[in-house]
Design a binder for this molecule. Structure first.
Ligand code: PAF
Length: 271
């Protein structure tokens, strides 16, 4: 497993055949490793990038305390990936050119509380694509809005890469795996966090075609969510446009975001 820490070294890395990239911010868990295993099935060379991208964090967010554990990540990837691209920085100017995805996809859902976040994500992912030059890139469905934004970027900018989504990995109690789950320290926080996915599972079980969704969403948020969860949103959207759906008419995605103590958690499910 080769560790590459500069864009130049990454560009010079000898690759055979097709290349799959798994972009991450490190603190790898079983969900990330499933993405890497998927990548292995899709391409001859597998590259994992590990970079905590400052551009996608707001001024009050957890950039400085985001978990960083490169040694453990390298160990976890040994035998699974061919190279790890973990640059010290990807921005050498105070101000940088940025990729601004369409407002229709970024001003809703997480974009409401995280202005600029998806511009930061799109910018770093385009840079990673330019440096690694992958044939395919694997992204978890856990960050569903991110996935839609990046699929749109690839389409709009005619990028020669296929984006491949991978289903969310879950803990035994249903909690979506996330590097931020390490912030859930007490059993009560953990119990509260679990109720986000339970709410989505109940919604999937109960939503009927044609049924008005807002009353069901309100009912389930009250009934299923732990009282300590500060709900940010629970909505059903069109899986391509992210437009809010008030009735189940075709393919739809339910998304939830909420705070458990200081930890902001997100999850989603196909309906
Ligand atoms: O999903 C993530 O971990 C990040 O947003 C990504 C795609 C690696 C960009 O920094």
């Amino acid at each position: 497993l080769k560790l590459l820490t500069t864009p130049e070294a990454m560009r010079d890395f000898p690759r055979q055949g097709t290349v799959a990239l798994v972009p991450t911010m490190g603190a790898l868990h079983a969900g990330h490793l499933a993405l890497v295993e998927h990548a292995r099935q899709l391409a001859d060379t597998v590259v994992v990038s590990i970079y905590v991208n400052p551009l996608q964090f707001g001024p009050t967010e957890d950039f400085t305390r985001y978990p960083r554990q490169l040694d453990a990540d390298m160990q976890a990837l040994n035998g699974l990936a061919d190279a790890v691209f973990a640059p010290h920085t990807l921005y050498d100017q105070a101000e940088t050119t940025q990729v601004v995805p369409p407002a229709g996809l970024t001003h809703c859902l997480c974009g409401r509380s995280r202005p600029g976040h998806f511009t930061g994500v799109a910018t770093v992912v385009l840079k990673l694509f330019q440096v690694v030059q992958p044939t395919v890139a694997i992204f978890g469905e856990k960050d569903f809005q991110q996935l839609v934004v990046l699929q749109r970027m690839v389409h709009d900018l005619n990028l020669p890469v296929d984006i491949v989504p991978h289903p969310t990995a879950r803990e035994a109690d249903g909690l979506a795996m996330s590097s931020r789950n390490v912030y859930l320290t007490t059993p009560q926080e953990r119990e509260a966090a679990r109720t986000l996915s339970q709410t989505l599972f109940a919604l999937k079980a109960q939503a009927q075609p044609g049924q008005p969704l807002p009353p069901l969403l309100t009912h389930l948020a009250q009934k299923m969510l732990h009282p300590s969860v500060q709900l940010e949103y629970l909505v059903v959207v069109d899986p391509h446009t992210l437009a809010e759906q008030h009735q189940l008419t075709g393919p739809a995605r339910a998304l939830i975001a909420g705070r458990v103590g200081p930890v902001r958690l997100i999850d989603n499910i196909a309906l």
